[in-house]
Design a binder for this molecule. Sequence first.
Ligand SMILES: Cc1cc2nc3c(=O)[nH]c(=O)nc-3n(C[C@H](O)[C@H](O)[C@H](O)COP(=O)(O)O)c2cc1C
Length: 217
Amino acid sequence: MKILIILGHPDPGSLNSAIAHAIRDDLMNDGNEVIFHDLYEEGFPPLLDAGEIPESGKIEHVIETHCNELASVHVIVIVHPNWWGQPPAILKGWIDRVFRPGIAYKFVEGDKGEGIPVGLLNASTAVVINTSNTPVEREQTVFGDPLESIWRRCIFDLCGVKNFHRRMFSMVVTSTTEQRINWIEESKLLCRAALQDAAHNNSLHSDRNSAALRSSR
Ligand SMILES: Cc1cc2nc3c(=O)[nH]c(=O)nc-3n(C[C@H](O)[C@H](O)[C@H](O)COP(=O)(O)O)c2cc1C
């Protein structure tokens, strides 16, 4: 299985970094093909400029590479802290520049952009892992858990990724080492379960393709 992991955190010693690296190692040890990006470490350029907004716009080589990777994988894993109910700006920039029209979504023919977009991503499954310092119940009742809507509905569902798994680990600031180790283990298990989902989805997809081929003969 081909998997893309994106880490959005500036501190290599953070819990987020530990989670993302543990997932990467676990999935690689299992024989998967893993593409891993630590956006801060790589100095990802997050600012979308006017020229690249149209589908036919000119895009930099680094963005083209990210777009090709996003379009090619079966599973997408995103790891980041809750910053004001949003992803860190560098990750927001990655979304703006990489989830492009023609790559992640398109509008139906004749639609100038006012209609409902059609998702284009090949990935059937996404995993989002967040950390925060707000108790889960307060995050949901007071703030409405904006990261759930952003990732599940505004991004992955819109771009055609139907299986969505997410965990928010809290509260990091008062957590014990044992709790953080458990969260890392839980993240690995969540990704393994997501991969099973994706494998199931891929086999349904290839069954459907074989049936279509048989009936067209
Ligand atoms: C700029 C910034 C904004 C933050 N906003 C929130 C927030 O809205 N809600 C929250 O629970 N925690 C917030 N936090 C706390 C982080 O979520 C927390 O430090 C992080 O999840 C801990 O994980 P780490 O050790 O990997 O950094 C914020 C932290 C920073 C630096």
